[in-house]
Design a protein around this ligand. Structure first.
Ligand code: SF4
Ligand SMILES: [Zn+2]
Ligand SMILES: [Zn+2]
Length: 303
């Protein structure tokens, strides 16, 4: 029975054993997102917000939610999708992205690797000897930032949920990449930089299971397709490890996030001055080196 209204439950909350019915769960979910936005000051009135939309359940959920409550936020809301050119996958998820943007009357801009770099990701992975996800991630981040600036957005919303963040925290810990963790959190980045649009994660405190349930209950488009390149074995192993641990010791994921949030201000502070931000000599975007990661990567095409 639902803990609040004694009707049929649809979910048992991962961290509290509470059972909730459809309408109580949707209220709980919306409330939790707003609390996250308020507590971490993710959105301010009059912001111009871009949702980085992939067409998957996470970004569809956040677009749906921000649009539903935009009366309250009074923000300018648009969406930005990147078409990497992954045959049999991205075309399907982009269909869902277009559908949800249309339903919510949100303007969608789609930028493709092909138009921007001359090659699709499928072609690039034959030309550059790096892991597919590395090429994809570096170039996608570059385009998201470039077009957020072009579209004059001051925040970029991503659909990262609690499970994604827990995996990243542990991966950085296991690989001694704690400086990378300093850039995580509900509001990413360490220092303000005008050529870098900060990313915000309103779904930060909601688990994968909760987001999937919310998307399902709200009938949000979802084709359940997985990228054929999704073979990041390391992340997969970390995910399985955490999921096994969570099953045996419920509450583990929330404990990791909560303890991380306690140390995050110290981390951000500690890494504030460790590296001065430079600007890439080629594209003028912020970079920690003379040439940014994406220009360095694109240089490899012609080697
Ligand atoms: S799984 Fe890898 S290649 Fe596929 S979309 Fe994600 S980052 Fe890109
Ligand atoms: Zn209820
Ligand atoms: Zn560059």
């Amino acid at each position: 029975m639902c803990n609040f209204c004694k009707t049929k439950p649809v979910i048992t909350l991962p961290n509290s054993n509470k059972q909730l019915c459809k309408s109580c769960f949707i209220k709980y979910f919306d409330k939790k997102v707003f609390k996250t936005i308020k507590k971490y000051e993710l959105i301010k009135r009059e912001d111009k917000i871009l949702v980085a939309i992939s067409g998957g359940k996470d970004s569809n959920t956040i677009l749906h939610l921000l649009n539903k409550y935009n009366q309250r936020f009074k923000i300018k809301l648009e969406a930005l999708a990147i078409d990497e050119g992954i045959k049999g996958y991205r075309n399907k998820t982009l269909k869902d992205a277009k559908k949800i943007c249309k339903e919510n009357k949100v303007k969608l801009t789609i930028i493709s690797f092909k138009d921007e770099f001359g090659y699709t990701l499928d072609q690039l992975i034959k030309k550059i000897k790096l892991k597919q996800c590395t090429i994809c991630g570096v170039l996608r981040r570059y385009l998201l930032n470039k077009y957020s600036l072009k579209l004059k957005a001051n925040k970029l919303v991503t659909g990262h949920n609690l499970d994604d963040e827990v995996q990243s925290i542990l991966m950085n810990q296991f690989r001694n990449n704690v400086e990378v963790s300093a850039r995580l959190g509900p509001l990413t980045g360490i220092v303000e930089e005008k050529k870098f649009v900060r990313r915000i994660k309103p779904l930060y405190l909601l688990t994968e299971k909760e987001v999937a349930t919310y998307a399902f209950l709200n009938k949000l488009p979802n084709t359940f397709t997985e990228c054929p390149n999704a073979i990041d074995a390391y992340r997969g192993d970390v995910r399985d490890f955490i999921n096994n641990f969570e099953e045996k010791y419920p509450g583990t994921k929330h404990s990791i996030i909560n303890s991380f949030l306690k140390t995050l201000p110290l981390l951000k502070n500690g890494f504030k001055t460790s590296k001065a931000i430079k600007h890439c000599k080629k594209c003028k975007m912020p970079s920690s080196k003379e040439i940014c990661q994406s220009c360095e990567l694109l240089n490899k095409i012609n080697l």
